[in-house]
Write a protein that binds this ligand. Structure first.
Ligand code: ADP
Ligand code: MG
Ligand code: MG
Length: 249
């Protein structure tokens, strides 16, 4: 589904990703861990096609297509979803309008008519309930004045409505108390399916107690320096990152 080969990328004029390779297949959940400043969020932004994040070498293949050739909207229409560490606020646009526009764009791409408003309202309320958000929330501005937990739940709801092929989540656990973490984890687990892949960026192994990944990768200095199964995350929690850097050197 996602094949990244020797990817190099700059933020401004500084090279941050330095030959990163990663293969993600449908049905898999991958966790990416690594020290602060290693390039985890940069990877997310490059995959999202964000301005100022420029791929300079290597390739990213998404479901058989060159991802780096697509603009942000195309990536989303093709089924890529990125939940960010700091989701944007869009004052003046209600959550409901925002979500319906996003869902209709994906439907159009799949050759479907826009979703009926009443039907969408019903669906959106259902998803709110699934992530423990009051449905009044749908009338509020996009991310306007949301708490950290609400933002995360909102992202998850978007993900549930858009049914993307590939979900990339950055610091899914930051700003969440234990109860919110469990709600988000349950939501992510409910999204697991044979035809969808999930990539979670996380600092702490704690999240991986709730969302059990098939693979764990360590990103350090702009590339993946070690990959393993879930036991690697436990080892990292116990020993930190220093031993891997030494092992690789
Ligand atoms: P991580 O998410 O692993 O903590 P980041 O991808 O956020 O790491 O950052 C990787 C490196 O890129 C850091 O050295 C950071 O200072 C730098 N960086 C990130 N964003 C920018 C930016 N917008 N401008 C300049 N440098 C940046
Ligand atoms: Mg960081
Ligand atoms: Mg980060």
């Amino acid at each position: 589904m996602l094949s990244i080969k020797d990817l190099r990328a700059n933020v401004g004029d500084k090279e941050i990703l330095k030959g990163l390779s990663l293969e993600v297949k449908a049905g898999e959940v991958h966790a990416i861990m690594g020290p602060n400043g290693s390039g985890k969020s940069t990877l997310g932004h490059v995959l999202a096609g964000r301005e100022n994040y420029e791929a300079t070498a290597g390739s990213v293949d998404f479901d058989g297509k060159n991802l780096l050739d697509m603009d942000i909207e195309e990536r989303s229409r093709e089924g890529l979803f990125l939940a960010f560490q700091y989701p944007v606020e869009i004052p003046g646009v209600s959550n409901m309008e925002f979500l319906k526009t996003a869902v209709d764009a994906v439907r159009e791409h799949r050759g479907m008519e826009p979703i009926d408003s009443v039907q969408f309202m019903k669906l959106a309320r259902e998803k709110c309930k699934a992530v423990n958000l009051d449905d009044q929330f749908l009338k509020r501005g996009v991310n306007e004045g949301f708490s950290g937990g609400e933002k995360k739940r909102n992202e998850l709801m978007q993900m549930m409505l858009l049914e993307p092929k590939l979900c990339i989540m950055d610091e899914t656990d930051s700003g969440l108390d234990i109860d919110a973490l469990q709600v988000v984890a349950e939501g992510v687990n409910a999204m697991r399916s044979e035809d969808r892949a999930i990539v979670l960026v996380t600092h702490y192994q704690r999240l991986l107690d709730y969302i059990k990944p098939d693979f764990v990768h360590v990103l350090s200095g702009g590339k993946i320096i070690k990959s393993g199964d879930r036991s690697l995350a436990l080892e990292l929690e116990e020993k930190g990152y220093g031993w891997i850097t030494k092992e690789v050197a």
